[in-house]
Design a protein around this ligand. Structure first.
Ligand code: ADP
Ligand code: ZN
Ligand code: MG
Length: 631
């Protein structure tokens, strides 16, 4: 493969953080604004000192007063005057003032009588508006908080949502939906057999119990993503005609502590009421991860949920006919308590389909589209798609149908499938990318180099297609397809692969006497394979069959994040040395093959420049020294 080097700069901006900033600003604004609205009482009454009061009294300026039971004297003057408050500030044209009297002011009363001041005594006045306004910021905050809560809940049913956390979110498949049957699931023969037994039990639980047979209560579907686990579970529901409660592990995880556990309880309560029934927990690893592995430490929310799940699994031992099914693609991270007898004790493996399986899956999915009669050979497509799972194949068929409709064809034919396959396997064609003539020439020799080395290396996969039309991130692609599925690889095969990877760069060097950045991806992949040969597969003669470096699995993150070095500095140097020598040998091998077949290399590069894409039969022609004749 030859790469483009201009990676696009990452333009992801944090629009999220600016959003929450806005919310905070809004909150702060509200708080400040509401304090500003508080009544400023000093605007009406000036709080003066006791001395000033005595002066006013002596000057006979006070007309009337009311004394409250906190000893405050609220006075009114005969006419407006300039008042000085107890802090020394001046207030002009004021009539009202307040002063605090000594605890025992009985002496004062006689003075007031003497001066003919109207006075009365009142209980402390409560300033209702002020009081309410004082609460305003809190009310606003609470309202705002409720509003946020509702938004987080997905705002669907308004207020109801806030109070329905603990309900399980399980969906019930009822008769109205289109039922999935076993015949809609291709392959997975062993898995289906196991599940048939479960279905037979659900159809007549009494019969089984009479015979004293013990049926597994928990069935765990295990397999890589896209292999049809969810589909299979739905097929069980469709076949058995019992209520089917389906929930995804992620639905248990919520913002509030304890919600997950109560959802589990609710789910099983519902299932028990409707027994016989099936409970299906998809993506079980979301709740079922090993306990005590969280980065946040000990007893977290997820653990509570898992504990509740374990309790419920034990709960309905023999009392009811509820079967629990789970699906996961990470059985290795599941808590071992989940896999104990009596819980998910039966594991059903749903594996990547083989040739026959892929053929069957293609048959099922092509039934839904209109295919030109006799034009498409599904078996050939199945052969050309090793390693693809059901979801990929469904996608492939869909792509082909889309291509045909884009070309306004009445039905889907072979060329649509071919292009869809190329698109899925090698990335989208980038026709808009214009290469200079020199770039094209370099790419043609680079890809021809890969192809020629592949043709003459022992055990190498046959070359399926070579193209210099840019696809995805690559300027050109050489595609090899294995003859049949491989489950393990020999050292010869791997060395051949390394040679093929180095073939691109070697051809550039040999013919054009320059090297380009286009080989960066080849080199990266080759280096990683070479290192694994030494460190994992024990394929180095010098280092011997030893595994170097222990992988640390961080279960909470779900993947291996570091490889722990368990060897000395000296060994590390030796390993590096071995890796370098493996790569250099592969390069040498590639160069030798190319030198020996330089005529074929020139011919192939030449033909690539002319036709842009060549396939297996074209290559056979060229091996015999002929040019390709295309129409
Ligand atoms: P998983 O749950 O294992 O990740 P799914 O069951 O969601 O995979 O499969 C995704 C889609 O792929 C299905 O909806 C179906 O269209 C297709 N598919 C996968 N496996 C099969 C199969 N064995 N037979 C038919 N279709 C399949
Ligand atoms: Zn390459
Ligand atoms: Mg799934």
């Amino acid at each position: 493969m030859k790469n483009t080097t201009n990676k696009k700069p990452d333009k992801k901006k944090n629009s999220n953080s600016s959003n929450s900033m806005l919310i905070w600003f809004a909150i702060i604004f509200f708080v400040i604004a509401s304090f500003a609205f508080l009544p400023d009482e000093s605007a009406n009454e000036v709080e003066i000192s006791y001395n000033s009061y005595k002066e006013l009294l002596a000057e006979n300026k006070i007309k009337s007063a009311s004394i409250e039971n906190d000893n405050s004297f609220h006075g009114e003057l005969f006419e407006e005057a300039t008042l000085i408050n107890k802090n020394g500030a001046e207030f002009q044209d004021r009539k009202l003032f307040v002063v605090f009297l000594p605890a025992d002011y009985s002496e004062q009363i006689s003075i007031w009588d003497e001066k003919n001041i109207e006075y009365n005594f009142e209980g402390e006045k409560i300033d209702w508006t002020g009081w309410l306004l004082g609460f305003a910021p809190w009310l606003l905050l609470i309202a705002f908080w409720l509003f946020l809560l509702r938004r987080m809940q997905g705002s669907g049913n308004g207020m109801n949502n806030v109070f329905s956390f603990g309900k399980s979110k399980a969906k019930i498949f009822s008769g109205k939906q289109k039922k999935v049957k076993f015949k809609d699931v291709a392959g997975c023969i062993e898995a289906k057999e196991e599940l048939e037994e479960v279905i037979a039990y659900l159809k007549s639980p009494k019969k089984f119990e009479k015979l004293g047979g013990k049926i597994p209560r928990g069935v765990l579907l295990v397999g890589p993503p896209g292999t049809g686990k969810t589909l299979l579970a739905r097929a069980v529901a469709g076949e058995s005609n019992v209520p089917f409660f389906s929930i995804s592990g992620a639905d248990f995880v919520e913002m509030f502590v304890g919600v997950g556990a109560s959802r589990v309880r609710d789910l099983f309560e519902q299932a028990n009421k409707n027994a016989p029934a099936i409970v299906f927990i998809d993506e079980l690893d979301a709740v079922g991860r090993q306990r005590g592995a969280g980065l946040g430490g000990g007893h977290d929310e997820r653990e509570q949920t898992l504990n509740q799940l374990l309790v419920e699994l034990d709960g309905f031992e023999n009392s009811s006919s509820v079967i629990v099914m789970g699906a996961t693609n990470r059985p290795d991270v599941l808590d071992s308590a989940l896999l104990r007898p009596g819980r998910f004790d039966r594991q059903v493996v749903v594996d990547v389909p083989d040739l026959n399986g892929r053929h069957e899956i293609l048959k099922i999915h092509t039934k839904k589209i209109k295919i030109k009669p006799k034009s498409v050979n599904l078996l050939d497509i199945a052969k050309g798609t090793p390693g693809m799972v059901g979801a990929d194949l469904a996608n492939l068929v869909n792509e082909a149908a889309l291509l045909a409709s884009r070309r306004r064809k009445a039905s889907v034919d072979n060329s649509d499938f071919q292009e869809a396959q190329d698109k899925v396997l090698m990335g989208v064609q980038r026709k808009s990318m214009v290469l200079s003539d020199h770039e094209k020439k370099v790419t043609a020799y680079h890809e021809a180099g890969h192809a020629v080395v592949a043709l003459f290396s022992p055990e190498a996969d046959p070359v399926h297609k070579v193209t210099i039309i840019p696809r995805g991130r690559a300027l050109g692609v050489t595609m090899q397809l294995p003859i049949d599925e491989k489950h393990g690889y020999s050292k010869t095969y791997i060395l051949s692969r390394l040679a093929v990877m180095m073939g691109g760069r070697a051809a550039e060097e040999l013919i054009l006497n320059e090297i380009t950045t286009g080989a960066s991806n080849d080199i990266e992949r080759a280096t990683s394979i070479a290192r694994r040969m030494v460190c994992e597969w024990g394929m180095s003669d010098i280092m011997g069959p030893m595994a170097f470096g222990k992988k640390n699995e961080e279960i909470f993150l779900g993947r291996e994040i570091q490889s722990h070095r368990d060897y000395s500095e000296e060994t590390a140097q030796k390993i590096d040395h071995e890796v370098v020598s493996i790569i250099k040998n592969a390069q040498k091998t590639a160069l030798q093959i190319l030198e020996k077949n330089i005529k074929l290399l020139h011919l192939m590069a030449d033909q690539l420049l002319e036709h842009e894409t060549i396939n297996e039969s074209d290559i056979k022609l060229m091996m015999a020294g002929n040019k390709i004749s295309k129409n």
